[in-house]
Design a protein around this ligand. Structure first.
Ligand SMILES: [Zn+2]
Length: 212
């Protein structure tokens, strides 16, 4: 039997008229096109979001109940649905996997990966704080709990998650050093780009829905 991870996902038939697609050199590279109706398949990334939720100096992780990396830990995260904004997806995923309501307070970083058999992806990681809910694992998470910077589990799934957590550990250490020197905490680096159309995450002017 063919394993899913051995299959490179490819578009073989036109989603518009079901005609078999052929390869043509268009717009600088070879792309799948439909000889029947002219459809051009622009292959693109999967977009995922995750939240780095801090509480009392600890970070929220979930244990994966499903493959890839079943049993390993990661930050609450998942794919953005096609009709939702990344911020809404981040808040929704955290609620589904941990039971906690969070408010996004900044952008940690954006990660590009090509290691997933389902396709290459972009992971947007936000910083977030808890505003409600009750901690309980759900959806594709079998456990959810907070870890201090020195007690992170060994088995962290995905290079992007390891990098995000490494950055968080560094920032926590930097804050501790500066607090020890000045006697007061440093504000977090302001890396957030405000959006004029959104007053707050999760609630938008047009009241959109709330991710994977
Ligand atoms: Zn077609």
């Amino acid at each position: 039997m063919v394993k899913p991870e051995d299959v490179i996902l490819e578009m073989n038939y036109c989603p518009r008229c079901a005609h078999p697609l052929t390869d043509r050199f268009l717009f600088g590279r070879t792309r799948r096109v439909c000889p029947g109706c002219g459809f051009i398949f622009f292959r693109d990334h999967k977009v995922a979001t995750g939240v780095l939720v801090e509480q009392d100096g600890k970070v929220l992780l979930v244990r994966r109940a499903v493959d890839p990396k079943q049993g390993w830990w990661c930050i609450p995260s998942g794919f953005v649905e096609y009709d939702e904004a990344p911020e809404e997806a981040a808040i929704r995923e955290c609620k589904e996997e941990t039971g906690l309501d969070v408010r996004l307070i900044g952008l940690l970083d954006v990660y590009h990966y090509q290691s997933d058999f389902r396709g290459s992806g972009i992971l947007i990681v936000y910083r977030a704080e808890v505003v409600g809910g009750e901690l309980r694992p759900g959806d594709d998470a079998s456990e959810a709990r907070f870890f201090g910077p020195a007690e992170l589990p060994q088995e962290i799934a995905f290079a992007s998650n390891r990098e995000a957590l490494r950055r968080w550990q560094q920032q926590v250490q930097t804050q501790e050093v500066s607090r020890a020197r000045s006697g007061s905490p440093d504000p977090l680096p302001n890396c957030w780009i405000a959006r004029s159309s959104r007053s707050e995450f999760g609630s938008t002017e047009s009241q959109e829905i709330d991710q994977a």
